[in-house]
Design a protein around this ligand. Structure first.
Ligand code: NBG
Length: 980
């Protein structure tokens, strides 16, 4: 197999596929270009032919061939190991490489590379001593290199070699090449004149140029995985909150500066173009954003992973605020095209629904056959996910539903042609819309169909890939790890059983043995009642064969249980996958626990709750199954992309940017935390980010805020347990205090801008009332001249990933104040932490681990602990709320902020023994924590030090750490790095 080498080092770049440029001047000055190229090629090929034979016997060698007309050829034969080629190119730096070719000996893991070289002026190198020095240096290089840069042809054969020769190099990333690509896409992809295109069109052209580079890496990565056939991780998730792709891609590809320069010469600003992109919001909240962070880490850490999900036509709704009320609008995110996905029309699978199950005799054995009542086609859309500091680019494959191609002869015959087509179009409904509630699942047919649709297509794809290489399923558990991201994809355990039994005819024991070895399950909830259930009737209708298999799995499980625990039928009925009762249900969580080899929590506290509250029976049965991996977020998105000033500052003080890949380096910031120079620069960076945020606030809400005020932020989904209401009541209290203060005391008040943002699930009345209350209170406070800049309250509408990228870096303080025992982990806190925002938080979820890392003295921790909550709830009806609490609730109830009747039910939900989330009981300590934050903020040095320590201690909360943990302890996968 031979290829022309694609050198990316500018000094050694010159090959056939590129116009011979100025670096090859002496040759190019002789003849017309085409003639020169052909002659050069011919001469070079001849030289190469003879030298290959000469060097093929030795293992590592450097030989020198002199060609009378054109120059000197070094023939290097070396082992195909990491680092050899960069080492070689370093030696040749300063020379002109007129031509290079490479041949691989796949079996022996060797390559033979030939360089036709000239001196820096393009002249033949005559000096023998110099040639020997180069030869020796090359010899050294091949004996001690570190990484290979090759773009290998995937397949041998003349046709493929030819194709490879035509496209042998990577796209170049210098500004001029980028400009050419951008203009090319303006003209041929966006179809606009290169003399007239606007910001959005420029964004599209830039995105396509970046995407081309992703595709190169993507192809090489897939080819590499294919060749190495490592154990792969398949990450199954119904939700991914990817946010914007451009900003993340240019950072991970390392081409942001080049893009910015290329654009500025064309009269565009990179930042402005990046703003043109809408968010890919294919998820609700924490779980979905976590999946996106984890994909980034999987790519960056070179793990052979694939993500699978659903390509919703409409992502999470847009939140519009009218008169302070939330309204939902569809998210038409695909209306203007999506350059970040690649439609794979040829990658499609039929997905079956409904119908009946029959028995058939296959090879003398009875086998079940599912005759479907409906078939829908799943078409793949690939979204390349680039790693940072690596060429590895993995894939997120999302499925879209399309009408099946199959012909329904009968309806054509009966002339019902139009109806037939209309019915087929209905198939597309399956991937139309994301369910906008992240924790209540009613047994809905469409939701079940969505789940099965994406799972079935993904498994067909995974098995197809496995069977390309393997003749039977023996190796399946050694090659495939399937991660269930919450219960949503759990039907895949049954689907895999069905395929192995009914299509591969493996037999129950063998199939079950495989299933139990490949699945791992992570749950993201703490509430047993939030676990998904599907009515048996619905199951039977939509997936009849799957229901049979579930019954069989459950039967075997019950038998196993009986052997272990005896005739404890009460416990058995609690653990059964099938819930008996007026409405019979399938407990999807129990199915996931029974069929997975590991059950993961998302923080240590969560894991304890899983053991003691949610899955106690299962934990007692299989203690070793229960693990936890504390969540993490990616520092690439949450510092490098969203806070470039802080990124530069950190790298400056650490003297390296290695922390972007190895976040442990961040701890070294601790050494400088008291340094006044760093503290000063740190405050400057914060100020820049606060300015950006203040501008945004003014644009969105018309409220002008003071940069001297403390920016106090709570942004996340709106839920009672997250207690935005506690925050608002705290703001009312602050307002009330200011109003009742003497003028002299007012001067001592630390000015605050309280910022709240988040979406309420459309059907969640109380959450919607909380949003309205926030607006009503803001209306009163912000228009009260008496208060002025001392207090402002702002609601940021349509909170999403890109808004978070703006808000988080600009915050001084952030609130994570869930009732203890309700937040499984929380990941927002980690993003704030990385950005040096101080946390005001309850000891819930991962906050407990953050306290260990940062120290409680650098945070504002308040409220009941997880183990205190049950007792407090019991006493709640008998204990009187603190007087300050009663006062602020009364203000709302009495209509101080208007809408008296509307807020009544909201107030009722926290009074008179109904305060389930314990706002009253935590109120006093909440106010104390707020006061402590005020006091700390006044001392700028102290605050800056605390802020630096937050960033310094945030490394443990990187998703890189989470993923490494999963890879080692749960998935059993190893990195599979593309040579770079
Ligand atoms: C959320 C939890 C968070 C947790 C994330 C990620 C869902 C359904 N759950 O506490 O509420 O941080 O999952 O694990 O989004």
């Amino acid at each position: 197999m031979s290829a022309v080498l694609p050198f990316s080092l500018s000094t050694v770049k010159c090959n056939d596929s590129q116009p011979i440029n100025q670096t090859c001047s002496s040759l190019t000055s002789l003849k017309p270009l085409s003639l020169r190229k052909n002659a050069l090629k011919k001469a070079f090929t001849n030289v190469c032919k003879s030298t290959i034979r000469a060097s093929s016997t030795s293992i590592s060698s450097v030989t020198l061939e002199k060609d009378a007309t054109y120059g000197t050829v070094f023939v290097i034969r070396a082992q195909d190991k990491m680092g050899v080629l960069p080492a070689i190119t370093r030696v040749l730096k300063g020379l002109r490489i007129e031509k290079a070719t490479m041949e691989f000996d796949e079996k022996e893991h060797h390559f033979v590379v030939k360089f036709l070289v000239a001196d820096s002026h393009g002249n033949k190198i005559e000096d023998n001593e110099r040639l020997i020095r180069i030869e020796n240096a090359l010899m050294e290089a091949i004996n001690g290199g570190e990484g290979v840069v090759v773009r290998k042809a995937g397949f041998s054969g003349t046709k493929n070699e030819r194709m490879f020769e035509l496209m042998d190099g990577f796209l170049k990333n210098d500004p001029v090449s980028l400009q050419k690509d951008i203009l090319h896409h303006v003209e041929y992809t966006v179809a606009r004149s290169r003399f007239s295109f606007d910001d959005f069109e420029a964004y599209q052209a830039l995105s396509h140029s970046v995407r081309d580079r992703l595709i190169e890496r993507w192809h090489d990565t897939q080819q590499h995985f294919k060749k190495k056939d490592p154990k792969r991780l398949y990450f199954l998730s119904l939700e991914f909150l990817m946010g914007r792709s451009l900003s993340n891609s240019v950072i991970n590809l390392g081409i942001k500066d080049q893009c910015a320069e290329a654009l500025s010469q064309l009269g565009f600003e990179y930042e402005v173009l990046a703003e043109q992109e809408g968010d890919a919001a294919l998820g609700n909240g924490g779980l979905a954003r976590l999946s996106a962070c984890q994909m980034d880490s999987l790519a960056t850490l070179d793990f052979p992973a694939w993500g699978y999900g659903l390509r919703y036509q409409y992502g999470l709704f847009r939140q519009i605020i009218i008169d302070g009320f939330q309204h939902e609008q569809p998210d038409y995110w695909l209306n203007f095209g999506n350059p970040w996905e690649i439609e794979r029309v040829h990658v499609s699978y039929p997905v079956k629904f409904y119908g009946t199950v029959k028995e058939e005799i296959v090879n003398g054995k009875t086998s079940k056959v599912w005759i479907p009542g409906e078939t829908v086609e799943a078409v793949a859309y690939d979204n390349p996910i680039p790693g940072y500091g690596t060429r590895n680019t993995i894939n997120l494959r999302l499925w879209a539903a399309k009408p099946s191609e199959g012909h329904d002869i009968e309806s054509y015959n009966t002339g019902d042609y139009i109806n037939n087509i209309v019915n087929r179009q209905k198939a597309e409904i399956i991937s139309n819309v994301l369910y906008p509630d992240d924790r209540s699942y009613q047994g809905k047919e469409l939701r079940l169909k969505q789940q099965y649709f994406f799972v079935s297509a993904s498994l067909q794809d995974i098995i197809r890939r496995f069977k390309d290489v393997h003749g039977n399923f023996d190796e399946f558990p050694n090659k495939v790890a399937l991660q269930l991201n919450d219960t949503h994809p759990s039907i895949s355990v049954v689907e895999l059983m069905r395929i192995l039994l009914d299509e591969e005819h493996l037999g129950w024991k063998k199939a079950w043995n495989i299933v139990r070895q490949v699945f791992t399950f992570t749950t993201h909830t703490v509430l047993p009642q939030a676990l998904e259930k599907v009515p048996v009737d619905l199951f039977e209708s939509v997936l009849p064969r799957h229901l049979e298999i579930i019954y069989d799995i459950n039967f075997a499980f019950m038998e196993e249980l009986k052997k272990k625990i005896g005739q404890d039928y009460v416990r058995m009925s609690r653990m059964s996958i099938v819930e008996e009762g007026a409405v019979k249900n399938i407990r999807v969580a129990n199915l996931s626990v029974v069929c997975s080899h590991t059950v993961n929590g998302v923080s240590r506290a969560h894991s304890e709750l899983l053991k003691t509250r949610v899955f106690t029976d299962f934990y007692e049965l299989w203690p070793a199954k229960f693990q936890y991996k504390t969540n993490g977020v990616t520092q690439r998105r949450w510092i490098v992309v969203s806070n470039p000033s802080l990124c530069a500052l950190i790298s400056k003080w650490l003297g390296t940017d290695s922390w972007i890949r190895n976040v442990d380096y961040l701890t070294r910031l601790k050494e400088h935390a008291s340094n006044p120079d760093l503290q000063h620069e740190w405050r400057m960076v914060k100020k820049i980010n606060k300015m950006r945020l203040a501008e945004y606030i003014e644009t969105m809400s018309g409220v002008k805020v003071s940069l001297d005020a403390m920016f106090d932020v709570q942004v996340k989904r709106i839920h009672e347990y997250k207690r935005q209401l506690l925050n608002i009541l705290g703001v009312i209290h602050r307002y009330d205090c200011i109003k009742n203060m003497e003028e002299s005391d007012r001067r001592k008040v630390v000015p605050r801008v309280c910022i709240i943002g988040g979406k309420a699930p459309p059907g969640y009345e109380i959450a919607k009332k909380i949003i309205k209350l926030c607006h009503a209170v803001a209306e009163t406070i912000n228009n009260d001249e008496d208060v002025g800049d001392l207090l402002k309250l702002v609601f940021i509408p349509d909170y999403n990933v890109s808004v978070a990228e703006l808000v988080i870096p600009g915050s001084d303080l952030s609130q994570h104040i869930s009732t203890a025992g309700h937040e499984a982990s929380g990941t927002g806190s980690m993003k704030f932490l990385m950005n040096g925002c101080l946390l005001l938080a309850t000891p819930d979820g991962s906050t407990n681990e953050i306290i260990e890392e940062i120290g409680a003295e650098n945070m504002f921790i308040f409220g009941a602990k997880i183990n205190e909550v049950p007792a407090l709830r019991e006493q709640e009806s008998t204990v009187k709320s603190p007087i300050q609490f009663a006062r602020v609730v009364r203000m709302v109830k009495d209509g101080y902020f208007g809408y008296k009747d509307y807020f009544k039910s909201l107030c009722d939900s926290i009074e008179n023994g109904k305060d389930f989330y314990l706002l009253g009981s935590d109120f006093t300590s909440y106010l104390e924590a707020q006061e402590a934050a005020d006091v700390a903020y006044v001392d700028k040095e102290k605050w800056s030090k605390m802020s630096i320590l937050c960033t310094a201690g945030s490394g443990r909360f990187s998703s890189d750490r989470t993923i490494e943990d999963y890879a080692e302890k749960t998935w059993g996968i190893q990195p599979c790095k593309l040579p770079s």
